[in-house]
Design a protein around this ligand. Structure first.
Ligand SMILES: Nc1ncnc2c1ncn2[C@@H]1O[C@H](COP(=O)(O)OP(=O)(O)OP(=O)(O)O)[C@@H](O)[C@H]1O
Length: 234
């Protein structure tokens, strides 16, 4: 016979019922819940029992797209970003938008291996990356024959300039023209001009011409720049 301790009975909320849960330890140390297992898997009771610590807590899982968070609120969103950041995953998607958290240290994720990996890939298939954004825009430009633009926004010191450099690096790597003519260095050298645009509170726009040697008789521009708006525009 099992009895509830008096304290538990006294503190019991009206309308709340109790269930006993018999747990059995397997040889490998894992816990077996008998026939209750499937019932627990499906019911709301499982969630409540997990909350009370009766059942093992769900594994800390991080989501590389915030849109996939099962429970989306400020707390879960920030926790997800923090968990990822702790694992040096500084990039997270929100649909097709990329959130970047400045690591303030070098991460070995910008080498040619990564350029190749993200070349012509489908957004969301691989771990979020700034190269993925550059790649999607570049191939959209080629396929749709429409100018593309990436907007980079963030507070001072958040890594906008660095992100622009990574974008330009990936774009010029994809464009053979960029490799040959050293256009990456030329574009990066234009950075200070853009910085003046910030100071004037004017939108800065850096057009980068990327055309293929096959030549379509038209010029497609890839605008990869930093748009900086006065605060009151937000
Ligand atoms: N992905 C990154 N990996 C490593 N370091 C980074 C990264 N992004 C930014 N940083 C570092 O953070 C610092 C600030 O970055 P950055 O200059 O790009 O910020 P910003 O947003 O352009 O700032 P501001 O608006 O004031 O010009 C730099 O020293 C840069 O090296």
């Amino acid at each position: 016979m099992m009895l509830w301790p008096r304290m538990a009975l006294e503190n019991r909320l009206s309308g709340e019922d109790y269930r006993f849960l018999l747990r059995e330890k397997n040889l490998d140390g894992s816990i077996h819940y008998g026939s209750l297992q499937s019932w627990l898997q499906k019911t709301e009771e499982r969630r409540r029992m997990m909350e009370r610590g009766f059942l093992p807590q769900p594994q800390q899982k991080d989501y590389d797209d915030l849109c996939s968070l099962p429970d989306l609120n400020e707390k879960t969103l920030l926790e997800n970003l923090r968990n990822r950041f702790k694992q040096e995953k500084i990039y997270t998607y929100v649909g097709s938008i990329l959130i970047v958290i400045n690591p303030f240290k070098f991460l070995p994720i910008y080498n040619p291996k990564y350029v190749k990996m993200y070349d012509n890939h489908q957004l969301g298939k691989l771990e979020p990356h700034i190269y993925a954004v550059a790649d999607v825009a570049y191939h959209a430009m080629l396929q749709r024959r429409k100018n593309q633009c990436i907007v980079i926004s963030g507070e001072s010191g958040s890594g906008k300039t660095q992100s622009t450099n990574f974008l330009i690096h990936h774009l010029t790597a994809l464009s053979q023209k960029g490799f040959v003519s050293g256009v990456e260095q030329i574009i990066l050298g234009a950075g200070p001009v853009l910085e003046i645009c910030y100071d004037l509170q004017e939108p800065g726009f850096l057009p980068v011409e990327l055309t293929r040697s096959t030549g379509w008789g038209e010029t497609l521009q890839f605008g990869c720049g930093i748009l900086s708006f006065p605060i009151f525009d937000y």
